[in-house]
Design a protein around this ligand. Structure first.
Ligand code: UD1
Length: 421
């Protein structure tokens, strides 16, 4: 198995090009199930999860390939299979995004229940209840949800859950609604930029969606969608991770492609910590003051502070000059990194969904274990500044969602290598 070895202490300086957003690319690829003819997607990041989605789509009869310039071409050539099996869904939870498109286009979707994962329970009740509201029947067989409908009828759907809106449930319902008969109103829709990007892609294919980016999305059903060309938005979580990388190493980075308007809550917190974040010529520029102020952070659905940057923020705040508090309001059990950061000298105390972080002067290198994608990024960030050598085991977690992270970090001065056990 591969791991990252990091020698801490280098200041990061230079330019890091931000890649396309994983969480926009995956549902947009799944949306191609709905589309007649060829779709061309630009700026699709080269990630393990993207390749996994290509494998799933291949089994569902959607051909996809990259051209010499890196653009991805997708086209449906067989509509027989409607089954997303456990073997794939258990590896990548975003596989659930095929549910809405399969049901809408092929009138049948059989998708394995994803089960729990390292960041906690991850139910799909909102997806299934939302799709049933269009008139579909749902039953559970062998751990799969089987949905069937003769036709889908537009309706009003309230999508709020116990922790607010759901990103992929909104994607699924929106994708089903585009081919449903009549008008659908999605109330308490997720406002994440990745959902907006999906709506913009669907509209480019001929869908009639308005209100994307707000909690109230309206979809007027159409009878078919035609292939289109679309550029995936940049990855705000990768951007945020590099903002924190600059902050934690007292560095100075330019992040072309990064979009401040997608990261306002993060930029607000970083500025309060003492980090200088500005709109650069082509993206964002960031430099760090030597002293990090403690802050309070609460994760929330967009436009709040993203849960996908919670672990990275914890690594940063463990070096602040005072006590900080992080409260997780999206996935209250998403704290497996607490134990690993503590092994590096972070002073952390967990109380339910809250962690109190007592700032310390230094972190020390250690062998640590990645548990999920964003927790791995937090451990790498801690390793960049820790005294001595850090080994982050289970590199495959990071490969799911960060494109060439070690190459991007090494190019701006980090001492990081990928090695095999
Ligand atoms: C997406 C992102 C993930 C991010 C998360 C929250 C993708 C591919 N993944 O995941 O990176 O961490 O948003 O920003 O875009 N919930 C229910 N019932 C449901 C669905 C969700 O109760 O049917 C709850 C979840 O347990 C969680 C909250 O709603 O507490 C938000 O989850 P959700 O937005 O659905 O996350 P994902 O779409 O799975």
């Amino acid at each position: 198995m591969e791991f990252f070895e990091i020698a801490g202490g280098n200041r990061l300086k230079g330019t890091v090009e931000i890649s396309g957003a994983k969480n926009a690319a995956l549902p947009i690829m799944a949306a191609c199930i709905l589309v007649d003819g060829e779709t061309v997607l630009h700026n699709v990041p080269d990630l393990a999860d993207v390749r996994q989605m290509q494998v799933l789509l291949q089994r569902l009869g959607v051909k996809s390939e990259r051209d010499a310039g890196g653009a991805m071409h997708l086209r449906v050539d067989d509509e027989m299979n409607c089954h997303a099996e456990y073997e794939i869904v258990s590896k990548m939870r975003a596989s659930v995004c095929v549910m809405g498109p399969l049901l809408a286009k092929r009138r049948r979707a059989q998708v394995s229940m994803p089960g729990g994962c390292a960041i906690g329970d991850r139910p799909i009740n909102l997806h299934v209840d939302g799709l049933r509201a269009f008139g579909a029947d749902a039953e559970l067989i062998n751990g799969d949800v089987l949905l069937r409908a003769k036709k889908l009828k537009g309706t009003d759907i309230f999508l709020g859950g116990p922790f607010g809106s759901s990103v992929t449930a909104t994607a699924n319902i929106m994708m089903a609604a585009v081919l449903a008969e009549g008008r659908t109103l999605i109330e308490s829709a997720a406002c994440e930029p990745e959902v907006t990007d999906l709506a913009n892609f669907l509209n480019a294919c001929g869908a009639r969606i308005t209100g994307q980016g707000t909690p109230q999305v309206i979809v007027e059903g159409v009878t078919s969608l035609k292939g289109a060309e679309h550029r995936i938005i940049s990855d705000r979580i990768e951007t945020g991770t590099f903002l924190i990388a600059a902050a934690i190493t007292n560095g100075d980075l330019d992040l072309p492609g990064g979009r401040i308007e997608h990261l306002r809550a993060v930029v607000d917190r970083l500025r309060q910590i003492g980090v200088i974040v500005e709109r650069g010529e082509k993206g964002i520029s960031v430099s760090s003051a030597r002293r990090l102020e403690p802050v309070e952070i609460t994760t929330q659905p967009y436009p709040g502070f993203p849960t996908d940057l919670q672990a990275q923020a914890m690594a940063l705040l463990s070096l602040a000059d005072g006590n900080s508090i992080i409260t997780e309001k999206v996935f209250p059990d998403r704290f497996l990194h607490v134990g690993e950061l503590s092994r590096m000298g972070a002073l952390l105390r967990k109380e339910g969904p809250t962690v109190i972080i007592q700032g310390t002067k230094k972190l020390v290198g250690a062998p640590v274990m990645a548990s999920d994608l964003r927790a791995s990024a937090a451990l790498i960030l801690a390793g960049l500044v820790a005294k001595g050598t850090t080994r982050v085991h289970r590199a495959y977690h990071i490969d799911r969602g960060y494109e060439r992270i070690e190459a991007k970090l090494a190019a701006v001065g980090a001492s990081i290598r990928r090695l095999s056990e």
